[in-house]
Design a protein. Structure first.
Length: 395
């Protein structure tokens, strides 16, 4: 019986053992990255802003992009008015953007809009790189300077730090801000120090012209950014992390809108993990590629909520088993160790977030947040449609 029980407990705890060990390594490597600024400002950029019915917020995004610390003659803002039925195109045009109107009832979603914009860039612009910014985003003035510094050093794909514009709107946005900081800042810093790919986040991405000519991002899934980052990794192209460059986007505050967003993000990510984890591991072993190995580990690391569930279920079963078999206390100690690694990762995320000490009390709501996420993912099962997240439009 103990042998069968040990096998069962190992299977239950395996996701947490893998995920928590990986996150602990990245947490320990997450000290601040050195800043990089361009010594020269002659690179030319096209900034592509995919927009679907964003009339309420597109003006603020364009105003933010106009404040970039870069010569105005060396960057162009292109808004893709994708299947819009409002005044997005007119507002963008009135605010100095080049507007491309796209209408297609069957090919809907951000992937198709990006494909349209990148084709336009390659055909009409002599620019050196493309930057992708979401329509609800505020950017730091050093964004292009940070990208240019890395492009000049040989990078072909770069990801800026993706943060939250409205962290204190509700307990839900505060928890999500901590999760963002853990996922975007802690993981990305650690991965950059390991000289592997930090992956793509969909917002604040930069691609060189040479890369787009060779490997255009023709991906249209619910997680087109994650999928393109994986495809780059399979071709030994790593995404560099620009820690000091910021893109800040607004999180939804209501439970319904948050659920819609989580359904798209996590459902799409699970689909990519299912499709590519094996390919990445095979490529890593065959070509000794640490980029592919890390991308596989990243995809196989479950969201924090599921890691907590794995630890909790194993700990409960091990606790009951220890009443009969005292040797099962080993599993309890292992569960506590993994939980400690997870807590350290979350606290590091809080430390790197813009939140103060009061946000730590919101962590008491984590059990309810986990239950909510389980419901969200059960509803997501089988859905492959792109779902637009509602904006608060409060700027």
């Amino acid at each position: 019986m103990p042998a069968a029980l040990n096998l069962l407990l190992f299977v239950l705890l395996a996701p947490a053992l893998l995920g928590c060990s990986y996150l602990l390594i990245l947490t320990l490597l997450s000290r601040r990255m050195p800043q990089q600024l361009a010594a020269r400002k002659d690179l030319r950029f096209d900034i592509i802003v995919p927009a679907h019915n964003e009339a309420g917020i597109i003006k603020q995004t364009l105003q933010s992009l106009k404040k970039l610390d870069w010569p105005e003659t060396h960057y162009r803002i292109i808004v893709i008015a994708d299947n819009c039925t409002d005044d997005t195109a007119a507002i963008a045009s009135a605010n100095g953007a080049t507007v491309l109107k796209r209408h297609n009832d069957t090919q809907r979603g951000k992937g198709y809009a990006l494909d349209h914009g990148i084709r336009f860039f390659l055909e009409s612009s002599p620019g050196d790189a493309v930057v992708v910014i979401d329509a609800d985003t505020q950017v730091s003035e050093n964004l292009l300077s940070c990208f240019a510094a890395r492009l000049s050093s040989g990078a072909d794909a770069i990801q800026a730090h993706y943060g939250v514009l409205n962290p204190n709107d509700s307990w839900r946005t505060r928890l999500m801000t901590i999760a963002y900081s853990a996922f975007h800042a802690v993981r990305s810093r650690g991965r950059e120090r390991l000289h592997v790919s930090c992956g793509l986040r969909g917002n604040g991405m930069c691609f060189s012209r040479a890369l787009l000519l060779e490997q255009p991002p023709q991906v249209y899934s619910l997680a087109e950014d994650v999928e393109y980052g994986v495809l780059l990794g399979l071709n030994d192209v790593r995404v560099h992390y620009a820690d000091e460059a910021l893109v800040l986007a607004e999180l939804p505050t209501s439970g319904a809108d948050s659920a819609s967003q989580r359904q798209r993000w996590e459902g799409g990510r699970f689909a990519v993990a299912k499709a590519y984890s094996g390919k990445l591991l095979h490529h890593a072993l065959r070509h000794r590629s640490r980029i592919s190995l890390d991308l596989a580990l990243d995809l196989l690391t479950l969201p924090l909520a599921y890691l907590c569930i794995s630890i909790a279920v194993t700990a409960c079963l091990a606790g009951l088993a220890s009443l009969i078999y005292p040797t099962q206390f080993f599993w309890l100690w292992l569960c506590l160790s993994l939980l400690g690694a997870l807590i350290l990762h979350v606290l590091r995320g809080w430390q790197l977030s813009p939140l103060g000490p009061a946000a730590l009390f919101d962590l008491l709501r984590v059990p309810f947040f986990i239950a909510w996420k389980l419901v969200v993912m059960l509803k997501q099962k089988g859905n492959t449609n792109w779902i637009r997240t509602k904006r608060n439009n409060r700027h």
